[in-house]
Design a protein around this ligand. Structure first.
Ligand SMILES: [Zn+2]
Length: 273
């Protein structure tokens, strides 16, 4: 009896020593640069902030967040659990974006008439609303696959000049391929938007992957999914086309963290050692 009591006391003192010295685990995955989606692995039950804004933590202790195209270079990630706090300065590598002159775009999509502006605004509202849906899926923990085969014909971040007129930067990665080339889901997810004919983006699909991460597919000639469908990684969701403001058949695919538009070309780096 005495022996057992002794062991319990020893165990308790050992546990408390460890607690005092314990450090929260924190591993950052992904390239620390503008436009990147970042994954942090810590532990269950922590709370986290990025530059003072609260971040959500998955049940497995992962945190996903992103840095937009012009993100400030100095960022502070704070992880807390009880009395323990870790502060990590995340210093981003600045990016240079190229200037992209695109000529021969249908002029009506460069300077749309008031009716078309009205239509495009309404559609933008629908797209915004679709991206507000948020689940606790964690598809982004699985290494991303390519949504389509083809030549990369456009990159993220470039400043677009359409028919000589400066417009918004390009936020996707363009993959050129013949109309009808299949488009596959690069991660599993929930379809939150499937529109065959939006003014700028033509056939458009948005898939939600959890914790504010969504991917978008533009200019599609065919849609193989509907809102509410659950897709598995690799499923055919549609086909490459030239619908909307496009000069030729290509897939423009994008990744968002909430309303922040990020660079899909950086995603594979999340899964490198
Ligand atoms: Zn594009």
């Amino acid at each position: 009896m005495r022996k057992i009591a002794c062991a319990a006391v020893l165990l308790l003192s050992w546990t408390s020593t460890v607690l005092a010295d314990e450090v929260l685990p924190l591993e950052i995955k992904g390239p620390l640069t503008q436009g990147a989606l970042i994954l942090a692995k810590t532990e269950l039950g922590v709370s986290a902030t990025l530059n003072g804004e609260e971040l959500q933590v998955t049940e497995q202790g992962y945190i996903v967040f992103g840095f937009p195209r012009k993100a400030p270079l100095e960022n502070t990630l704070v992880i807390k659990k009880g009395e323990q706090t870790i502060t990590r300065e995340l210093i981003l590598k600045p990016r240079e974006y190229k200037i992209d002159r695109v000529d021969g775009v249908p002029q009506k999509t460069v300077t749309p008439d008031p009716e078309q502006v009205k239509r495009a605004k309404k559609e933008a509202g629908k797209v915004w609303l679709a991206r507000q849906k948020e689940t606790t899926r964690t598809d982004f923990l699985t290494p991303v696959t390519k949504p389509a085969e083809g030549r990369i014909s456009g990159v993220y971040g470039s400043q677009r000049i359409f028919n000589g007129e400066p417009r918004n930067p390009h936020y996707g990665e363009d993959i050129a391929g013949p109309t009808g080339t299949p488009v596959h889901a690069p991660w599993s997810g929930d379809v939150v938007l499937a529109e065959p004919d939006l003014f700028y983006s033509g056939g458009t699909i948005i898939i939600e992957h959890g914790y504010k991460v969504t991917t978008t597919y533009l200019h599609l000639s065919e849609l193989h999914v509907e809102v509410g469908d659950k897709v598995e990684q690799g499923d055919s969701i549609g086909a490459i086309g030239a619908t909307g403001r496009a000069t030729g058949p290509h897939l423009d695919w994008r990744v968002n963290w909430g309303n922040e538009r990020l660079d899909p070309a950086l995603l594979p780096q999340l899964y490198q050692d």
